[in-house]
Design a protein. Structure first.
Lengths: 211, 211
DNA sequence: CCTTGACATAGTAATTATTACTAATTATTT
DNA sequence: AAATAATTAGTAATAATTACTATGTCAAGG
């Protein structure tokens, strides 16, 4: 494992976040830190803000579509931001209560919405994470049924909701039309694609599983 | 008001989002649209995705710290994304229910968290939005009590939680130390800053209001 | 028809925030 | 002290998005 050194730069960065009320951006902090460490580099500030948030000394705040911000407050809390001036304030209630009650008065915001994002590990990634020992066997075992061309065709089909033609697929992939129709035929035989209408193809449940 | 023309480019963009299952990014859509309109420009795709989401024909999805994505589904729903591969899926329950019940099985994600962001208009912006007619009077009325130097000093003080010295403020602003101490004295007389200890200054409630 | 002005476009340049790279520096372990 | 590991400043590069510019399209109104 990697050893974490509390360097002078890191101490000053931490101190400056602590001194600052609110949710400063990396460049704002840089401007301030420069006053104390005139030779520090912006890259150092960025790198250390990242590292400090990884080791849990600060929190990284990623508000959608905006610059990252950093937070000295480690207690669990949510945030509210202004659509107009983009300032960010703390909020200490949970969503439902919040929206229901008239407690918006408390912080003075006129609330127009709320974005909720869950995150975690998707089924595919969970599957990918499991096998660690059988590197080569896994590869040869799973792919023995699908060659790269078939896989490419299947992947292309998977991303469409409506049935599409071989030409469509050829356009989406690096394959030629002839190659595509050849692969489609073979995939259809295996039951991985279906043809709801002449020249129209669509991935099947089995096809999705095979991917 | 601005007139919205449904151009060919816009039709193709809309159609391609509709055909695509999931939450495509601008560049992915561009790659596909190019197959149909080889001369379209990436800037046109970006511009129109923005406009189409403004007029409500699609939804813009801004997942924190990542590329924007677009969604043909207009019904109200939330999203879940994978920390590892960054794929995004729909989710149709509300936060609390979701986390409580074991319904994560349903979508197969291993949920590790949830980000909640409220947004709206902050008190300051609400205030700023009100006066529209008295442009010049507002300016002269509010600022008659605070000159730019005082305002600068006050703003610097406001952003600190701990009391700080005149030197601190001088470092943060474009002002010289002498100027700062002169302004601090005058601000203190007006009750806009307090001095909890010799050489240490701190903004007062009145000072915050004056800003 | 022909002009006028609003809207849109392709192509490109510029911007912004962030990350990657590199050689030098500093701290830690042997 | 020498070897190793972590960190740094400075700079280059990247990625996504937006701004700019000259050109093109279209729908009235005379
Ligand atoms: Mn906070
Ligand atoms: Mn969706
Ligand atoms: Zn995943
Ligand atoms: Zn605001």
């Amino acid at each position: 494992m990697k050893f974490f050194r509390m360097t002078n730069q890191r101490e000053v960065i931490l101190e400056e976040i602590g001194r600052y009320k609110g949710h400063p951006t990396a460049d704002l902090l840089y401007e301030r830190i420069k006053k104390k460490l005139p030779h520090i580099s912006l890259a150092t500030v960025y790198r250390n803000l990242e590292i400090l948030s990884e080791v849990g000394k600060i929190r990284k705040l990623e508000i959608s579509g905006r610059q990252k911000r950093f937070d000295r407050e480690l207690k669990e809390h949510n945030h509210i931001y202004c659509l107009q001036c983009h300032r960010i304030d703390n909020i200490h209630m949970v969503s439902e209560q919040m929206l229901a009650s008239g407690s918006e008065k408390e912080i003075g915001y006129k609330i127009s919405g709320c974005r909720i994002e869950f995150f975690g590990i998707c089924p595919e990634c969970q599957r990918k994470n499991k096998p660690q020992k059988q590197n080569e066997s896994a590869d040869s075992h799973v792919t023995c049924k699908l060659n790269t061309r078939q896989r490419e065709v299947l992947a292309a089909l998977e991303s469409y909701t409506t049935p599409c033609t071989g030409k469509d697929i050829a356009a989406m992939t690096s394959l030629e039309a002839a190659q595509v129709s050849c692969q489609l035929a073979s995939l259809k035989k295996k039951g991985l694609v279906a043809s709801p209408a002449r020249w129209k193809y669509k991935i099947t449940k089995a096809g999705k599983d095979a991917l």
